[in-house]
Design a binder for this molecule. Structure first.
Ligand code: F6P
Length: 326
């Protein structure tokens, strides 16, 4: 017979993402709905090492679904990378009577969860990163909000670039992945979008494209660069040297990580939180919750991280048609 789980922990780890609070809220309330107590672990996986926890009930997560950031704080823990740190974390779980941990974060968080699982603690991971670079899931919490934030910022830049007939180079986050930049580039009608997965020759992909746009009568140009595809400052300098334009460079940076989560992020976070608790309540461990074809499924974390996620080929084809990049 299945052993009833009595108490679990929830934490957010790695870079924050809008919608993390909605996921925490969902974990807490889904747990309570099953008669499971939920403890919040603060400051990421490190909080398990130091025993930094807070008791959570349905009320403690009230009015958080719409809040950006994470009420549990977050961190990237060096100590958790060590076996000693992992043993300390497992010892904290045992001391507090935590039979499972839901970790909300990116691939670094999931690697930490896998290590914790090896120490005998059940774990479930919820993918949350604005980069959308977790291979096994179609979607990671925070992406939609970050994309909309970037789009709003670029729309504003476009107004002033249009007035001054300038070239704008905008750097979008994404670490080594171009999902965010591609999506934002499509949404803003960028002249050029540079992503690490599809390197382009500078002369053909940037210079020639701007030239073609000018020949078509355009007098302002929007170049969107994924941070993994190169430095916007350097690209701006190269555009200046080759075309004589005087580009303005904007690095959107951490602006993209804050703000009120969109409806999509809130709903995905709420669904994922529910499924993570369902997994732990069913006695599963080492699972990552994945959105696949509109459904939530859970996969073994190691299996999930092994999969390859390239850029969305269809989106890139559309981008090529829109920008003329070959
Ligand atoms: O993974 C999320 C992310 O925002 C990346 O897009 C970016 O490269 C990185 O985190 C920035 O990290 P930090 O917050 O440590 O500067």
């Amino acid at each position: 017979m299945e052993q009833a789980v009595k108490r679990i922990g929830v934490l957010t780890s790695g870079g924050d993402a809008p919608g993390m609070n909605a996921a925490v809220r969902s974990v807490v309330r889904s747990a309570i709905a099953r008669g499971i107590e939920c403890i919040g672990i603060r400051r990421g996986l490190n909080g398990l090492i130091t025993g930094d926890f807070i008791k959570l009930d349905a009320d403690s997560v009230a009015h958080t679904i719409n809040r950006g950031g994470t009420i549990l704080y977050t961190a990237r823990s060096q100590e958790f990378m060590t076996l000693e740190g992992q043993k300390k974390a497992a010892a904290t779980c045992k001391l507090l009577g935590l039979e499972g941990i839901v970790g909300i974060g990116g691939d670094g968080t999931f690697r930490g969860l896998m290590a914790l699982s090896k120490q005998g603690i059940s774990v479930a991971g919820i993918p949350a990163t604005i980069d959308n670079d977790i291979v096994c899931t179609d979607y990671t919490i925070g992406f939609d909000t970050a994309a909309n934030t970037a789009v709003e910022a670029i729309d504003r830049l476009r107004d002033t670039m249009q007035s001054h007939e300038r070239c704008s180079v905008v750097e979008v986050m994404g670490r080594n992945a171009g999902h965010l930049a591609l999506y934002v580039g499509l949404a803003t009608g960028a002249t050029v979008v540079l992503v690490p997965e599809e390197p382009v020759n500078f002369n053909e992909g940037v210079v020639e494209r701007i030239r073609q746009a000018r020949l078509a009568g355009k007098t302002h140009f929007m170049i969107v660069v994924a941070e993994g595809a190169g430095s916007a400052v350097e690209i701006g300098e190269k555009i200046h040297e080759t075309l004589g334009l005087d580009p303005r460079v904007t690095i959107l940076g951490h602006i993209q990580r804050g703000g009120t989560p969109t409806a999509r992020d809130r709903v995905m976070a709420t669904r994922m939180g529910y499924h993570a608790v369902e997994c732990l309540a069913a006695g599963k461990t080492n699972r990552v919750i994945c959105a696949r074809n509109g459904q939530m499924v859970d996969l073994d974390i190691a299996e999930g991280l092994k999969m390859k996620k390239g850029i969305n080929e269809q989106q890139y084809e559309v981008l090529k048609a829109m920008t003329g990049i070959e």
